[in-house]
Design a protein around this ligand. Structure first.
Ligand SMILES: Nc1ncnc2c1ncn2[C@@H]1O[C@H](COP(=O)(O)OP(=O)(O)O)[C@@H](O)[C@H]1O
Ligand SMILES: [Mg+2]
Length: 246
């Protein structure tokens, strides 16, 4: 057996379920009927992920696919630790960085520069390391002089570019990317794709949510297809794309 086949997984999602409480949109009449029938509050809970299990090995690039609302973002948030499973468990090994919500982890009243240091620290980088890579981070982001402006004045595209740039310049073992790459113009997207490929080639493990078939095919070898919180396919990317279209 090859050594790589014996390496431990980077990510294990083990029989994970997630419920969300649904915002009540009931009318007064419905509320009255529900109360009269003594319907439990539990009935208002929405089962967003249903007993989901998979394991991702070191250096794998996996696309998480499915229609809107199928549970892709929830899955990535569970892996990143932003959300906790209601049952089951999520295990990760190594340093995990997530580009999950545009601007998450950015403080609006701080400047771009201050946010770079803050985010790099959250991702486990020392101040010295951040200083050494700072110019490269700013150059990649193409933020220019805006780096010393408060980020509340940034567009979502600028936010995204800076957040992406910080994430890819830290030492990481697992990168989670949720749709964010649709922000920004075509040249910047191309630059991000090239960078992601470079990270994958270096052995970084990736989970990617993207609506671009081209990007997914280029970057990922495996696809996990979700439907209403269930894993309906997990296998080679070409087949996953077929399942998605069927
Ligand atoms: N914080 C939340 N509160 C309530 N419902 C949520 C929350 N986050 C997600 N959901 C619901 O869970 C389901 C899965 O959402 P999500 O994981 O964002 O799907 P996807 O990313 O595949 O579009 C959706 O029906 C969504 O409305
Ligand atoms: Mg989503």
């Amino acid at each position: 057996m090859s050594i790589s086949a014996e390496t431990q997984p980077r990510i294990i999602v083990d029989h994970v379920s997630k419920w969300f409480s649904k915002r009540s949109t009931r009318s007064m009449k419905d509320a009255f009927i529900a109360a009269a029938r003594r319907q439990p509050v539990r009935a208002r809970q929405f089962h967003a992920l249903k007993d989901v299990s998979f394991s991702i090995g070191e250096g794998e690039s996996v696309a998480v696919m499915g229609l809107n609302g199928s549970g892709k973002s929830t899955t990535l948030k569970l892996v990143s630790g932003v959300l906790e499973p209601d049952s089951g468990r999520v295990l990760t090994r190594g340093k995990v960085a997530g580009l999950i919500e545009v601007g998450a982890g950015f403080h609006p009243d701080l400047t771009g520069r201050e946010n770079v240091f803050l985010n790099a620290a959250i991702l486990g980088m020392s101040e010295k390391e951040t200083k050494e890579r700072f110019d490269e981070i700013v150059a990649f982001s193409e933020i220019g002089d805006f780096i010393d402006q408060e980020v509340k004045h940034y567009s979502s595209g600028m936010f995204m570019r800076l957040a992406f740039s910080v994430a890819i310049h830290v030492e990481l073992d697992v990168l989670l990317v949720d749709e964010v790459l649709s922000v920004g113009d075509a040249p910047f997207r191309a630059k991000c794709n090239a960078k992601l490929k470079e990270l994958a080639a270096r052995g970084v493990t990736m989970m990617v949510v993207s609506h671009s078939k081209g990007q997914v095919k280029e970057l990922c070898t495996r696809g996990i297809v979700l439907s209403k919180g269930d894993v309906v396919f997990d296998g080679p990317i070409a087949e996953a794309l077929e399942v998605l279209e069927s």
